[in-house]
Write a protein that binds this ligand. Structure first.
Ligand SMILES: Cc1cc2nc3c(=O)[nH]c(=O)nc-3n(C[C@H](O)[C@H](O)[C@H](O)COP(=O)(O)OP(=O)(O)OC[C@H]3O[C@@H](n4cnc5c(N)ncnc54)[C@H](O)[C@@H]3O)c2cc1C
Length: 458
């Protein structure tokens, strides 16, 4: 890709950080002891910190890097009621009562986040703008129709199926072969949400420390010794909220999580009127590819944010920006003249059973395993972990009540993830070879015709 595709002020960091950067907090020494040490300052860790501190516990949140520098401030910020779990094969074979609990708790994650933002007055740009799910092939449309019916039946959301012509009401693109809309879903500004949670947790009395990597924990009396790069802390309880950034501080968790990179780019502000053509109703947009695409307007409606997990041997942001932009131009060729201002990646955590887990192992709690869909889910799991630790609930959520299997040996290595992503790429190629080849060759898509646009707008 030529350098002209990049804005001169291009940054290899999240667009979200322009408004709410991660935070350095390393002046204060760590406390010698506290009730609860939380490892990780993403949505899970901070939501747990807020709940525990409100419940009267003394809480220290430790992060290996800056506060909020993990996936939570790098996310696409799309929010749903756990539609991936509802639709995935993960629930197949589970007893009916577990499946019912999984659906109930998936719905609860979304309600929890909306309630948390309202209750705590979090400045997070929550927009309940709906989401369009686009079909990558005509056959995928049949699957999406079934998925839409399942989501409606099991979670009560409002669904609208759209043909390829009707989709122009939602996306100014012929990339998709129809799709469906869920009205209730939406999006947040993830870095603002993270910052607002930091403020709320501190307001409740929690103390937050950056650049304090935890090296390990061990039992000491009736509590735990937490060993960190900045000294040791004695804690009654410990919670790992490290998700896709889990390191060997907990070898047990490390064997259960596969870190997978997801990438995004942001465009410069679009020329006036363009967003009305690209995403007229300002929805979140995802597709049915194995190499999932997710795209959305920035919360202020000025830019396109475009993400996917492309097969790539290089992880250098400008190289990846090339791959993402090629796909973006398949969606919307008119973006060819719009420059890229930001490109970044972040890690999500996959599990062997494709289910997130919150539970205790040898007296240490964890809330991990977002499987790529964690804005609402991980916030909920952090909260639930704190409730379990403080003994504030007798009810264990579905995610707390299932075994947490280890991943097969070597599957949590970068080489394996590359192989898996090549397999995903092949699946997309088999489903729609012409499209995958055109994207690889960097051929822009065809703009939709004025007639089809007018027809769609009625
Ligand atoms: C590019 C991208 C796009 C995404 N898009 C969406 C989306 O649109 N919708 C959605 O629902 N989800 C999305 N996700 C997933 C979602 O963002 C994550 O599931 C969620 O943010 C995870 O939050 P968390 O608190 O569990 O972990 P994180 O926010 O990743 O925080 C984990 C923290 O743990 C810290 N840590 C790790 N090890 C240690 C240690 N030993 N000592 C101290 N600290 C440690 C890390 O430094 C990190 O800050 C996306 C993720 C990425 C990366």
């Amino acid at each position: 890709m030529s350098e002209t595709a990049f804005h001169p002020g291009f940054l290899a960091q999240p667009y979200w950080w322009d408004a709410a950067p991660p935070e350095t907090a390393r002046d204060e020494p760590l406390p010698a002891r506290c009730d609860l040490v939380i490892i990780g300052s993403g949505f899970a860790g901070l939501s747990a910190a807020l709940e525990a501190a409100r419940g009267g516990a003394s809480v220290a949140v430790l992060d290996a890097g800056p506060l909020g520098g993990g996936a939570s401030s790098r996310s696409g910020g799309m929010v749903s009621s756990g539609q991936k779990l509802v639709l995935s094969a993960a629930l197949k074979g589970l007893p009916v009562e577990k499946q019912v609990a999984a659906l109930e708790d998936s719905k609860a994650t979304f309600e929890f986040l909306k309630d948390l933002i309202a209750r705590e007055k979090l400045d997070a740009d929550l927009q309940l703008c709906g989401r369009f799910f686009g079909a990558f092939t005509p056959k995928h449309l049949d699957t999406l129709k079934k998925n839409a019916a399942t989501l409606h039946e099991r979670t009560g959301v409002t669904i609208r199926i759209l043909s390829r012509e009707e989709q122009h009401e939602e996306v100014g693109s012929d990339y998709f072969h129809g799709g469906f809309v869920v009205e209730e879903y939406g999006g947040v500004h993830p870095a603002k949400l993270n910052r607002a949670l930091r403020d709320a947790a501190r307001g409740a009395g929690a103390r937050l420390f950056s650049h304090a990597r935890v090296l390990g924990t061990h039992r000491e009396g009736d509590g735990h010794a937490v060993r960190t790069e900045r000294g040791d802390i004695r804690a009654q309880h410990v919670l790992y909220a490290t998700n896709g950034y889990t390191d060997r501080a907990s070898p047990w968790l490390h064997q259960r999580l596969v870190p997978v990179m997801s990438y995004q780019i942001a465009t410069e502000p679009l020329p006036p009127g363009m967003m009305d053509r690209l995403i007229p109703r300002r929805r979140m947009v995802t597709d049915s590819r194995k190499e999932l695409t997710y795209t959305r307007p920035s919360p202020d409606g000025t830019r396109i944010l475009f993400g996917c997990r492309p097969r790539a041997l290089q992880t250098e942001p400008k190289y990846l920006a090339h791959a993402l932009r090629a796909r973006m131009l398949r969606f919307w060729p008119e973006l060819a003249a719009v420059r890229i201002t930001h490109a970044w990646g972040g890690y999500v955590a996959m599990t062997a059973d494709r289910i997130a887990h919150v539970a205790e192992k040898d007296g240490v709690m964890h809330a991990v395993g977002c499987n790529g869909n964690g804005v609402a889910l991980m916030s909920f799991l952090g909260w639930h972990a704190a409730q379990l630790i403080l003994g504030r609930t007798n009810r264990r959520a579905f995610f707390a009540d299932i075994p947490f299997p280890a991943v097969p040996p070597l599957t949590n290595t970068a080489a394996f993830v590359q192989m898996a992503s090549a397999a995903y790429h092949l699946r997309d190629f088999t489903a729609n070879p012409a499209e995958v080849v055109a994207e690889r060759l960097g051929r822009p898509g065809r703009p939709i015709t004025t007639t089809s646009r007018k027809e769609a707008q009625g």
